[in-house]
Design a protein around this ligand. Sequence first.
Ligand code: LLP
Length: 421
Amino acid sequence: MDHFLYRDGALHAEDVAISDIAAAVGTPFYIYSTATLERHYRLFEEALAGLPHLICFAMKSNGNLAVIRTLAELGAGIDVVSAGEYLKARAAGVPGDRIVFSGVGKTREEMRLALDGGIRQFNVESEPELLALNEVALSMGVRAPITVRVNPDVDAKTHEKIATGKKENKFGIPISRARAVYAEAAALTGIEVVGIDVHIGSQLTDLEPFEQAYLKVADLTRQLRADGHDIHRLDLGGGLGIPYERSNAAPPLPLDYGAVIKRTVGDLGCEVEIEPGRLISGNAGLMVSRVIYVKSGEEREFLILDSAMNDLVRPSMYGAHHDIVPVIEPAPGTEMRPYDVVGPVCETGDTFAKQRPLPPIAAGDLVAFRSAGAYGAVMASEYNARPLIPEVLVKGDQFAVIRARPTYDELINRDTIPQWL
Ligand code: LLP
């Protein structure tokens, strides 16, 4: 459920008419609903009730400071993957002891930054990284709290570009090597082992792979404890999928996911961390765009929008589906017709949807892409010298621009011309 509904024939974000925001901000833009963000966060809180836990929002899905602050005020932790994300989390007011640092390629500078500023734990992904972190920590006279990310060799049954838990993927260390790596870690005086980490992929619509992975983590916990390690924290990653197509069967709910966690690792006495991104931010956001032209080709009609693949790359990158809805509600019984919905970028790949049934749409109309709050704005680029589009946050009847559209001067002045030219 989200808070983007038609009222009196016009799409609203909570209590604000989308067309009012479009008039104030210009199109295209992203818009997020505070109530939806909060609701999704609370679903995970309820799902893990009774277990000691921390929900670490995966900032890679939506990194706007206002979104992070909204969740941090509810008590959320944050999962970061770069110095930039770490610093943004801190700037949004997240204390270091609620930040976990994931990622396969942390640099020594990033390690130093987080150790200096405060960090809950590093999720270490390789032996060379472990050794580097040990050196950095020793050079600073501190101990770095770590989990080791294990790769459980489980098929997440999701899109190949976002599956991470098979042995052929670049993530984590093979679970078969875990005991050796933990023994190595225990011998390093700059390292403090606190637990185990696993993340098998994103947009999972089946709980079975989670169950398999978490059972392997539970077994490993017992083995490592028998080996003498103090395993008291399990980071179970993110990945729970969302319904991108309203017409499809809904994926499992956080409550069902929580039941899997309780069933598989609930009796180990560990503190549980999860790193959901998409389920919290995805359906809390829309991308709103205006139709520039309706163009009739020989065989099809094209809706040419003022947004493009640089603003929302998921359809061209993953063939992803986003529901597209008109901002003015169609009258009941309106007949749908198929449109190809495209952007103005000079690539055939700049196509949001092909032969999508929509009510008749005219130039100048506003349309909204649903489920665009995760991996939308964060993956945008300025390809074709199109400035990044603004982000807006709604709360009740208020809205605020939480990232302004850059001016053309800003875009141009980012480049410099060397003196020899
Ligand atoms: N934790 C780790 C270590 C991750 O790599 C990810 C996502 C998450 C948590 C959050 O996963 P989520 O709950 O959002 O599924 N750009 C792609 C998704 C890439 C996901 C990468 N890792 C897309 O647009 O579908």
